[in-house]
Design a protein around this ligand. Structure first.
Ligand SMILES: [Zn+2]
Ligand SMILES: [Zn+2]
Length: 136
């Protein structure tokens, strides 16, 4: 779907800025911090504008926001409806995507125990990547 239609079908008014931010998120294979998003934009925007756009996207579930240890390092990820987890290197910050998820059964158990309908979960993994282990 073109970003313009995608904004519309999610009840968001089309603006060049929104389209630009959405395009950056869609083009990225990995989640991005707000600074990384700003660097990729075609149009110059200040961070508060980008935050506002991302909040609107998040409210419409267009993007997933993950808040790691540092809130300023929040990651934004275009919601591709593929369930996955991230593994972040605590040294160099590189992120890899883990597509398998072991939590399906766990969700079922929690659901049975609590009577909730579990909609989603987030799981972030942190560690030292092989390269950073070698340079230590
Ligand atoms: Zn590393
Ligand atoms: Zn999972």
């Amino acid at each position: 779907m073109k970003v313009k239609e995608e904004l519309k079908s999610n009840g968001l008014k089309y603006t060049k800025q929104r389209a630009d931010v959405l395009h950056v998120l869609k083009s990225s294979e990995i989640p991005l911090t707000i600074n990384q998003i700003r660097d990729e934009l075609q149009i110059e925007m200040d961070l508060s504008t980008i935050y506002r756009i991302l909040d609107a996207f998040e409210a419409k579930h267009l993007v997933n926001k993950t808040v790691p240890i540092e809130p300023s390092m929040s990651l934004y990820d275009y919601n591709r409806d593929i369930h996955k987890h991230h593994l972040t290197c605590t040294e160099c910050g590189i992120i890899i995507v883990i597509e398998s998820c072991p939590l399906g059964n766990y969700e079922k158990q929690v659901q049975e125990k609590t009577g909730y309908i579990i909609e989603r979960h987030q799981l972030e993994l942190y560690g030292l990547c092989p390269r950073c282990q070698r340079s230590n």
